[in-house]
Write a protein that binds this ligand. Structure first.
Ligand code: SF4
Ligand code: SF4
Length: 212
């Protein structure tokens, strides 16, 4: 799931200030789960806007252009009447709404990471979408994301009693976790696999994917 948090009231007020009329779009998927763009939050935003609001709607999955097209088609007039659209989703949804409507879009949320939900309001950063997944070698624990230094061949010299030096030893060292998990799985031979540095200069080529 894409984890988002709402911008502060001050940030939202400042961002919306130049616009007289606004339409509000929520996200029926991740941002509903994060309570940053579900129906309750969208209605709250709509009510706060008062006379400035031309309407609101939920898009089931605003990061999907086909669904955005389907779910916004009945709101054309309200969108046309608005100077801008407040989108309560992740950045993927905001850009999709922009692509479809060509309107000015205002992101109500900050997009944080691809995460695991422990419970509503408690999420863990799990994946940086690197495009070269090695979870099969690391016991299902991502060092790119969960090691503070993103080390491919950890642990570094900074771990003490299984805790990471970054953040004052409050967080677990990902590489100690990887070691423990591989040991539990009786696959410790994977711990000595050497991974060469990645060629990040090619990353720009992976912006678009086409699956057949
Ligand atoms: S290695 Fe980590 S960042 Fe890369 S795809 Fe796998 S989980 Fe995501
Ligand atoms: S102590 Fe562990 S988690 Fe922290 S930076 Fe070093 S290897 Fe990564």
């Amino acid at each position: 799931m894409i984890i988002t948090k709402m911008k502060s009231d001050e940030e939202i007020t400042k961002m919306l200030k130049p616009f007289k009329k606004l339409f509000v779009v929520g996200c029926g998927t991740c941002s509903t789960s994060c309570q940053t763009g579900g129906e309750d939050q969208v209605k709250e935003m709509y009510e706060k806007l008062g006379d400035r609001a031309t309407g609101w709607t939920m898009v089931e999955e605003p990061c999907d252009l086909r669904i955005t097209r389907r779910d916004l088609k009945d709101n054309k007039d309200q969108i046309a009447e608005a100077d801008a659209i407040v989108v309560m989703s992740c950045g993927g949804g905001v850009q999709t709404v922009s692509d479809f409507t060509k309107s000015i879009v205002l992101p109500a949320n900050e997009t944080l990471f691809i995460g695991q939900t422990e419970r509503i309001g408690k999420f863990h950063d799990m994946c940086k979408a690197c495009g070269e997944c090695i979870l099969d070698e690391t016991g299902g624990i991502c060092p790119i994301t969960r090691c503070a230094k993103g080390l491919l061949n950890g642990p570094c010299g900074g771990q003490v009693n299984g805790k990471c030096e970054v953040g004052d030893y409050e967080e677990e060292c990902a590489w100690v976790q990887i070691y423990d998990r591989l040991k539990e799985q009786d696959r410790l031979e994977l711990f000595t696999v050497f991974r060469p540095p990645r060629d990040n200069s090619t990353k720009v080529l992976t912006t678009h994917y086409y699956f057949r």
